[in-house]
Ligand binder design. Structure first.
Ligand SMILES: Cc1ncc(COP(=O)(O)O)c(C=O)c1O
Length: 429
């Protein structure tokens, strides 16, 4: 066995890893290279990346076109302050996103990751009303099992207590609406229509993950539910924020999950696969109506938001190339083929004694196991399942008792079968 790299000890002594209980977690696995769907470890193993490295990678790691686009851009311009200055990749990317977005969303505001894209959307929705002088709008509505990120606004909107309960006293008021799924699992939350009936004139915006709630447990919703959310908000003139941080760029089989409705949101958040999994970048897209509410001689009506790296040129250039690769290399057709393959394989697992439910959409295939312990994110099975998958050369990162895959679109059929084989082996173990 190869000796671990010398820098691994520096990691052990200095690096605080995300979503990691540093007292008990196994040491991190040193990765030295990645290619296609595989991560290569320092000791020469190849691990199949069945979760797209936290749902970001779509075309495979180290895609030659993306790598070239990055190098080309780095030679010209890597970064410039984005207030008062601009550059070609940001302008072109904004136009491409606006052209493909579900509905009319011509205005693109850049930030750095999914959470900040959500923060920006929440702030836009909030200040929209303030700028219009409707200051009684002091509530957001989000759904059971929602996950919108880890910054404070995004945490407030999220409904997965396991992640954010330590901060509960600091989070602003959000009404939690039921989904058909949460109702089927005994939620006491009210349906959206009822909340809006009671308090609609206080609501600044409703935020929803279209079709697929990811971190909440890979919960798949129907287009009917999405259409209902749109209809209820539209009826009352309340902005609907579509959080497509996870679902954007083909994950659910359409370029954007809103297309399943189809529905047209007022604000759209995208990130993760936006750069094909290369660089942190996100965007919040807005309608002309929302944008116009910020136009004024009064500088107080400005959206005072921005980050040091807003509109980073490297990230925008790679995102442009990633969109081109997605369209020119048949990404959506590949997602459709994988969806069929996973559906067929999951159907065979439906009667398994350890399986409570199987769920799938696009490249996401999930198996919910009967809970052990309290179930949910802290279900006792999660760490053992993850370790068992790694022993078999596949990176899975169960959400508690929900074992799922969300691979890059470039995996071959044989690799997709291998992932489900591993899931089956874990169920048998
Ligand atoms: C739907 C959704 N919104 C927001 C986020 C937050 O994104 P990030 O982790 O890039 O901040 C995530 C992350 O998983 C997500 O799935």
């Amino acid at each position: 066995m190869t000796a671990p790299p010398d820098w691994l000890d520096l990691d052990r002594r200095h690096v605080w890893h995300p979503y990691t209980q540093m007292a008990t977690a196994p040491p991190p696995i040193p990765i030295v290279r990645a290619e296609g769907a595989y991560l290569h470890t320092a000791d020469g193993r190849a691990i199949l990346d069945a979760v797209s490295s936290w749902w970001v990678n779509v075309h495979g790691h180290n895609h030659p076109r993306l790598t070239r686009a990055l190098a080309r851009q780095a030679e010209a311009l890597s970064q410039v302050i984005f207030a008062g200055f601009t550059h070609e990749p940001a302008a072109r990317l904004a136009a491409e996103l606006a052209a493909r977005a579900p509905g009319r969303l011509p205005w693109v505001f850049y930030s750095d990751d999914g959470s900040t894209a959500v923060e920006v959307a929440l702030k836009m929705a909030w200040q929209l009303w303030a700028n219009r002088g409707e200051t009684q709008r002091d509530l957001f509505v989000a759904f059971d099992d929602a996950y919108h990120g880890d910054t404070f606004g995004a945490m407030a909107a999220s409904g997965v207590a396991a992640f954010h309960s330590a901060f509960a006293p600091l989070l602003f008021a959000v009404r939690r609406a039921a989904t058909p799924f949460s109702l089927s699992r005994g939620s006491a939350s009210l349906p959206l229509a009822e909340i809006l009936e009671r308090e609609g004139d206080r609501v600044a915006a409703v935020i929803v993950e279209p079709m697929l709630q990811g971190a909440g447990g890979m919960i798949v919703h129907s287009p009917d539910f999405l259409r209902e959310v749109r209809a209820e908000t539209a009826r009352r003139g309340i902005p609907m924020i579509a959080d497509e941080v996870l679902t954007g760029f083909g994950r659910t089989g359409r370029l954007f999950a809103c297309e399943h409705g189809p529905v047209e949101p007022d604000l759209l958040c995208v990130s993760k696969a936006l750069t094909g999994g290369y660089l942190p970048l996100s965007a919040t897209l807005a309608t002309n109506e929302i944008y116009s509410a910020f136009l004024s001689e009064d500088r107080g009506k400005t959206l005072f938001h921005g980050h040091s790296y807003t509109g980073n040129a490297l990230a925008c250039a790679v995102a442009l190339e990633s969109l081109a690769v997605l369209e020119e290399e048949g990404g959506l057709a590949r997602v459709a083929a994988l969806e069929r393959l996973f559906a067929e394989r999951l159907a065979r697992l439906a009667g398994h004694p350890r399986v409570k439910e199987t769920r799938g959409i696009g490249v996401m295939a999930a198996v919910e196991l009967a809970a052990q312990g309290d179930g949910g994110y802290f279900d006792l099975q999660g760490p053992a399942l993850a370790a068992g998958a790694l022993d078999r050369g596949v990176l899975l990162r169960p959400l508690g008792n929900v074992l799922y895959t969300l691979p890059p679109y470039v995996i071959a059929d044989a690799e997709a079968h291998r992932i489900v084989d591993v899931i089956e082996a874990l169920l048998a173990a």
